[in-house]
Design a binder for this molecule. Structure first.
Ligand code: CP
Ligand code: NVA
Length: 303
């Protein structure tokens, strides 16, 4: 089988996602009933982190263990990556010692170069431009809670960041529509949207973007790697908080999602993230289940 990578959401077809989602259901059910599911016995995942993480590390490491395999954690601080070893050389070496690799890094070009020199599948655990594993968990969570996401409307309120670009790709794959509202100066970079993707509408007003939607989602105003812009962003994003008034514009059964970590009082009010429409804890947990299905699919194909 040719090596498959999962670097952007658009790397998989709708049919492949349907398979992974079906498999996730099985894997989650077995996990909940303590039934062993050791499809990746003796396989090793290497995880490369150039940025901080709680959920991504934990879900991949626990997930690999639960599949019967092992996971090894490397970071920039104490590996040779932090001392300038070329990413191409690192990919050659690492991919001779393990079966699959997850990378969290800065520019997306870095993971593309890594994957081009890897003998094994590479998974994007977040780059500046994409966070496909998180959006896979989010789509799974929506389907789990409400059924098919096709034809639904999703509001993205906040920064045009890695999460938004993965949501835009997911909208095209699954056939739903995004209402995007970003402050002036922080809007969508057309260079990061696939040509022909017309699955979104831009709104100047974040409240108007929430009108009649099935799901409202947001993320931090300052992503990792952009910390020096924090002060300017706090000013520019004033008014873009997802609060009770904005949720009231959405459908009564609308869900709220946030990939976490969150800042209560900035991008989301405590009342919304801790309120009845919020599914953030399911969303976080589902990282574990969808990524186990993803690891299995990349290594074994359809079973
Ligand atoms: N949502 C997410 O990717 O969280 P971490 O940064 O903790 O991995
Ligand atoms: N957009 C955020 C997501 C963190 C999981 C970041 O890149 O920091």
């Amino acid at each position: 089988m040719a090596i498959r990578h999962f670097l952007q959401f658009s790397d998989f077809s709708r049919d492949e996602f349907e398979y992974v989602i079906e498999r996730t259901r099985l894997i989650k059910r077995k996990f909940k009933s303590y039934e062993p599911h050791h499809t990746l016995l003796d396989r090793t995942l290497v995880m490369v982190f150039e940025k901080n993480s709680t959920r991504t590390r934990l879900s991949f490491e626990a997930g690999m263990h639960q599949l019967g395999g092992a996971a090894i954690y490397l970071n920039t601080r104490d590996s040779q990556l932090g001392r300038g070893e070329p990413v191409e050389d690192a990919a050659q070496v690492m991919s001779r010692m393990c079966d699959i690799i997850m990378v969290r890094t800065f520019g997306h070009d870095i993971i593309d170069r890594f994957a081009a020199h890897s003998r094994v599948p590479v998974i994007n655990g977040l780059t500046n431009e994409h966070h496909p594993c998180q959006v896979l968990a989010d789509v799974y969570t929506y389907i789990e809670q409400r059924g098919s996401i096709a034809g639904r409307r999703v509001a993205w309120i906040g920064d045009a960041n890695n999460m938004l670009y993965s949501w835009l790709q997911a909208a095209r794959v699954f056939g739903f529509h995004l209402h995007v509202s970003t402050p002036r100066g922080y809007d969508i970079d057309p260079g990061l949207v696939e040509p022909g993707n017309n699955c979104y509408t831009e709104f100047a007003s974040p409240s108007d973007a929430c009108e009649g939607v099935d799901l409202v989602t947001t993320d931090v105003w300052t992503s990792m790697g952009f910390e020096q812009e924090n002060e300017a962003r706090l000013k520019a994003f004033d008014g873009w908080i997802v609060d009770e008034a904005k949720m009231a514009r959405a459908r009564p059964d609308a869900l709220f999602m946030h990939c976490l970590p969150a800042h209560r009082g900035e991008e989301v009010s405590a009342g919304v993230i801790d309120g009845p429409q919020s599914v953030v804890w399911d969303e976080a947990e589902n990282r574990l289940h969808v990524q186990k299905a993803l690891l299995e699919y990349l290594l074994l194909g359809e079973l």
